[in-house]
Write a protein that binds this ligand. Structure first.
Ligand SMILES: [Zn+2]
Length: 334
């Protein structure tokens, strides 16, 4: 509309200019004619000029109307375009946001509404040896002791679970978790036979670099995973103290994202949980862990309460070589 207001007076001014020029020109040309004829001619010129002016004015009105219609149509088109552009822009923003996140594997889905709270025993082991192993002896639970613990669990009506069962815990009778950190060949040579004997399920949090260091081979891992008795989850690539490297995004992506990807490639099964190496985590680590995992496991001692504790701060019960069967039963919850 502003466009018309600006433009119309310009055309009107132009018309006035034309009238003035035509009128003065006609009068000059016919100056030498007799007065009567001159008067008639002037009248004719004015009449002709008047007709021209009316025609021009009509044309201008027509043009202006047509232009007005064009402007209205254009405005409507622009409005329509703006309306259709808004959702497209939103979609692009969402896409950009998704791309910004480290996109190593399929996105982790939101958990269902919180279940009724339960105190869950989640045991943490490392490795196993019957004879005095030397080194960090407490990490090596005796296979004979481990077998007693498994037998107690089964004889007393507990159900061995993996983290794939987490959202279904309310429907599981006396759930209990057994987890092993790091990844040692003894998990295969000492522990796996006990699992096969009792059809018992455990979880191994694998540190990728430990495979080479401990001769824990891909073949051992695949055999255990394929048996359905061992679920492999992540314990990072190199077992760093995650809070110390949490300002290094590249490092976090490698430790959290790449480890998940490599274990998934190794086992062909989704990796949904991370055990923080050495139990170290902070807000930034949890924020990044949420990109790849549904669960984060700590070394905070105690049974995990599903109502009070976060799924990224799952508590565990540490098992040592020196832990007695009675201590184990107490931790289990009687
Ligand atoms: Zn560890």
């Amino acid at each position: 509309m502003i466009f018309i207001k600006e433009r119309f007076p310009a055309r009107v001014n132009f018309i006035f200019l034309v009238i003035f020029l035509l009128a003065s020109c006609s009068v000059q040309v016919d100056e030498e004619q007799p007065a009567a004829t001159l008067g008639e001619n002037i009248t004719t010129v004015y009449e002709t000029t008047a007709t021209e002016i009316i025609t021009t004015a009509e044309l201008i009105v027509d043009v202006t109307e047509a232009e007005t219609q064009e402007i209205i149509t254009s405005t409507e088109e622009i409005t329509t375009e703006v309306a259709t552009t808004v959702p497209v822009t939103t979609t692009l923003e969402i896409t950009t946001a998704a791309v910004t996140e480290p996109p190593e594997t399929e996105p982790v889905t939101e958990p269902p509404p919180a279940a009724v709270s339960k105190n869950i025993p989640v045991f943490m082991y490392h490795t196993s040896s019957e004879n005095n192993p030397g080194g960090l002896a407490e990490l090596y639970v005796k296979p004979s002791e481990f077998e007693k613990q498994i037998k107690y669990i089964i004889d007393n009506g507990y159900t061995l679970c993996t983290l794939d069962d987490w959202y279904n815990l309310n429907n599981i009778d006396k759930p209990v978790f057994i987890t092993f950190d790091d990844g040692y060949k003894e998990n295969y040579t000492e522990i796996f036979p006990v699992l096969q004997k009792y059809n018992a399920k455990i979880t191994i949090f694998l540190t990728i670099d430990n495979m080479a260091a401990e001769n824990f081979t891909a073949e051992m891992i695949r055999e255990m995973s394929d048996s359905g008795l061992v679920k492999f989850e992540s314990h990072t690539i190199s077992h760093p103290d995650l809070p110390s490297v949490s300002s290094n995004d590249e490092r976090l992506i490698r430790e959290l994202g790449d480890s998940k990807k490599q274990i998934e490639e190794l086992t062909g099964k989704p990796v949904i949980a991370l055990a923080y190496p050495g139990g170290g985590y902070n807000a930034k680590v949890i924020e990044r862990a949420r990109v790849y995992y549904k669960f984060g496991l700590t070394v905070i001692h105690g049974r995990h309460n599903t109502g009070a504790h976060s799924d990224f701060e799952i508590r565990r019960l540490r098992m040592n070589r020196s832990t007695s069967i009675n201590a184990f039963i107490n931790m289990l919850g009687g």
